[in-house]
Design a protein around this ligand. Sequence first.
Ligand code: ZN
Ligand code: FE
Length: 256
Amino acid sequence: MSEITVTAIPAFSDNYIWLISTGGNECAVVDPGDAGPVLRELQRQGLELRYILLTHHHADHTGGVAELADRFDAAVYGPHDTRIPDQHQSFAEGETVSLPLLGLEFQVIEVPGHTSSHIAFHGHGSLFCGDTLFSVGCGRLFEGSPDQMQTSLDKLACLPPSMRVFCAHEYTLSNCDFALAVEPDNKDLQRRASEVEACRAAGRSTIPSELGEELAVNPFLRTRCPSVVEAARNRHPAAEPGAATLAVIRSWKDSF
Ligand code: ZN
Ligand code: FE
């Protein structure tokens, strides 16, 4: 199995476009919302773009696709969704995306919730999950139900705990503030929050995180933990563990 190098390309105010390379001069990018920063990074590293992977249709993840695909004749792979215009092949649950020029393969998981057709890619110890799972948070439910998001997060939670989580936004600091409101006594969360604070104060990225750590600190992966269920019940006495708890804390977060 090839080792991959993943470079963060910051875009807009808080997006990360992920560049995947293996030591050669060809690469892939995930969710290029803007072509400019990708072009600068390709030039800096002397790389040719061969593949574009897309997790969902939102413009901050797809805005740079047309220009990049055209410039490099790169293949564009993403979910089944007619709202993504410049895509060459679409992928569903359980399918494998092959990037032969890089010698890499990624497995696809369907993770609806943030959008109806959102997918995630995992392989080589890395998970590219777009706006479904964030560090210490999850995406807003724009097109999906709490049930769908719970099922999607359950699928991600089953991946190996050592997996590196490459989400698409630097939201970790504000996510920690919210998570501490949900679980003020969670020691792992307190530690992660102070790490994140130091990291951001020094201008560093908090991404990737590790899935195993997310399971310990991310309230949206802990909707069956007594402390999280209780916090939800303080707002909605009937909240059951799982999707109902997720629904309560997700709408709490929306107005936090
Ligand atoms: Zn999005
Ligand atoms: Fe986004």
